[in-house]
Design a protein around this ligand. Structure first.
Ligand SMILES: [Zn+2]
Length: 431
């Protein structure tokens, strides 16, 4: 069913809402208007429903190796969960290993995608974990291979994945020449390692010490380094999974000053607070890095969602089985870091938009338009003629409580279980 006409929908784009009809032929939007007629196509009556551009999850980790296991969803599994939640594209992280070049890193992951045949579009950021002249020399070839973003970890020094600030600066300067975005995992690694050593020595090992070793101040210190790097280089940077109050305020000021800073947060930081870590068993499932922060941070993030300080909301989807999470019940260093959520990103944010009276256009900007713009995904992010017909038909009516069973992700951990969502997806169209 690739030819169809959606009638009388409230069409939501990042900048406006308008009632109209959308004609799709061979998976492409060919006409938008009022009172459209087209013979021999399926007609879908969408009166009273919202038509949104397909969601784009700009931060996932499918089949990623971590702490002796792999995140539980491969590219196919992740796409099934994604589509169930109106996410029609996701951008995964290909992480450089050993002597692999950037393009070798990418090719290995593209091969997995080819084998696993995901139902959504899949794109990649490449995470650089070691830097030399040859790596820098590759940058000029990346856009032609569809890579428009790189990532640097300020953290994971002991794991051999850290890029020190001076090297991040070099990467930012070189990347800017080719219009490549640099995504940064910002936390102060020296503070983290010192905190971990201290807690281990004191025998403080349950999961709340994961949070306390990487608390609000630790993340804020990382954010300050990013702002300094932008000032020093004049090159843009994108902070992934920003989660702390002072970091949000700093980002707001930086943007007011006109610095080329972009900011992402994740639904887990909006839906929960650090209280979750004070239950030593259930808290395991919520362990991710950076950890979920205090109530003041949660409140500030919501302010930033509304005022535009936050550019994108993405999941950092990286689910593990509870059995694997249990490896760290007596030593927080052994808990696989990550939570699932790709299925809930769009519907959780739309539900919150209903509850908090935020226009849907704002959510569409965060989860479709901006990710497409920032990461240069052609034909995505907007309902407009010529774009791919990745579309979500959504109703504001009804509500439901999230259960573990409905989660299409392979893992048996669902941190969103028990939350009540308003509204529902009526139908998802994928090109
Ligand atoms: Zn991540």
């Amino acid at each position: 069913m690739k030819n169809y006409l959606i009638k009388n929908a409230t069409i939501v784009n990042y900048d406006k809402e308008e009632v109209g009809d959308v004609l799709v032929k061979d998976g492409v939007i060919t006409k938008i208007g009022k009172n459209l007629f087209e013979p021999r196509v399926e007609v879908i009556d969408a009166l009273g429903l919202y038509l949104l551009p397909g969601g784009i999850d700009a931060h996932t980790h499918m089949q990623m190796s971590f702490g002796g296991t792999y995140s539980s969803d491969n590219y196919y599994d992740g796409s099934v969960a994604a589509l169930a939640g109106g996410i029609t594209s996701y951008i995964d992280y290909a992480i450089q290993k050993g002597d692999d070049s950037i393009l070798e890193t990418l090719d290995k992951r593209l091969k997995l995608v080819e084998e696993q045949k995901p139902l959504t579009d899949v794109y990649f950021h490449v995470a650089i974990t070691r830097l030399d002249e040859k790596i820098l020399d590759e940058f000029k070839d990346l856009p032609a291979h569809g890579v428009h973003s790189l990532k640097c970890f300020m953290v994971y020094k002991r794991e051999g994945m850290q890029i020190a600030p001076d090297d991040i600066a070099k990467i930012m300067v070189e990347a800017k020449k080719y219009g490549i975005m640099v995504n940064i995992h910002a936390e102060d690694v020296d503070q983290i390692d010192a905190n971990i050593d201290k807690f281990v020595e004191e025998g403080k090992l349950d999961c709340k010490y994961h949070y306390l070793s990487r608390d609000e101040e630790v993340e804020y210190a990382g954010d300050k380094i990013v702002i300094d790097l932008i000032k020093k280089t004049g090159a843009p940077a994108y902070i992934v999974h920003l989660a702390n109050e002072k970091g949000v305020k700093l980002a707001r000021e930086a943007k007011k000053e006109g610095l080329p800073l972009l900011v992402e947060t994740c639904p887990q930081y909006l839906a929960f607070t650090s209280e979750v870590y004070f239950d030593p068993m259930k808290g395991l499932d919520f362990v991710c890095s950076p950890p979920i922060k205090n109530k003041a941070s949660q409140d500030e993030l919501w302010k930033a969602i509304i005022d535009g300080t936050i550019d994108t909301v993405a999941t950092d989807h990286c689910p593990f089985y509870h059995e694997e999470k249990l490896w760290g019940k007596d030593d927080f260093r052994k808990i696989p870091n990550g939570c699932g959520g790709i299925q809930y990103l769009y519907i959780y944010m739309l539900s919150e938009a209903i509850k908090r009276n935020i226009p849907f256009s704002r959510i569409v900007s965060l989860i479709s338009y901006k990710p497409a713009q920032i990461f240069k995904l052609k034909g995505k992010g907007e309902i407009k003629v010529g774009n791919d017909a990745d579309l979500v038909l959504f109703s504001k009516e009804g509500e439901h409580v999230i259960t573990k069973e409905e989660d299409k992700s392979k893992a048996d951990t669902n941190i969103y279980e028990g939350l009540t969502l308003k509204g529902k997806i009526v139908r998802v169209f994928k090109k």
